[in-house]
Design a protein around this ligand. Structure first.
Ligand SMILES: [Zn+2]
Length: 68
């Protein structure tokens, strides 16, 4: 199976889009927006900032989903 590492994370505060490479084996729970300086954290129920704000689920979640 293919794990997507690239994601576009969109800051919910200023709307800036950041191209990022997601960590492959852990969930990133803090992300600092380079455009507005905000510190982003996952929404309730999400494991990481990518699942909350990016266009792709994080790699651990992708694996989980592929495994069923
Ligand atoms: Zn921002």
């Amino acid at each position: 199976m293919r794990i997507r590492r690239r994601a576009i994370l969109r800051c919910p505060l200023c709307g800036a889009e950041h191209r990022e490479t997601m960590p492959a084996d852990y969930c990133q729970i803090v992300y600092r927006c380079a455009a507005c300086g905000a510190t982003l954290r996952p929404r309730p129920g999400d494991c990481c900032v990518y699942c909350s704000y990016a266009d792709s689920l994080c790699p651990p979640k992708q694996r989980e989903r592929a495994a069923g």
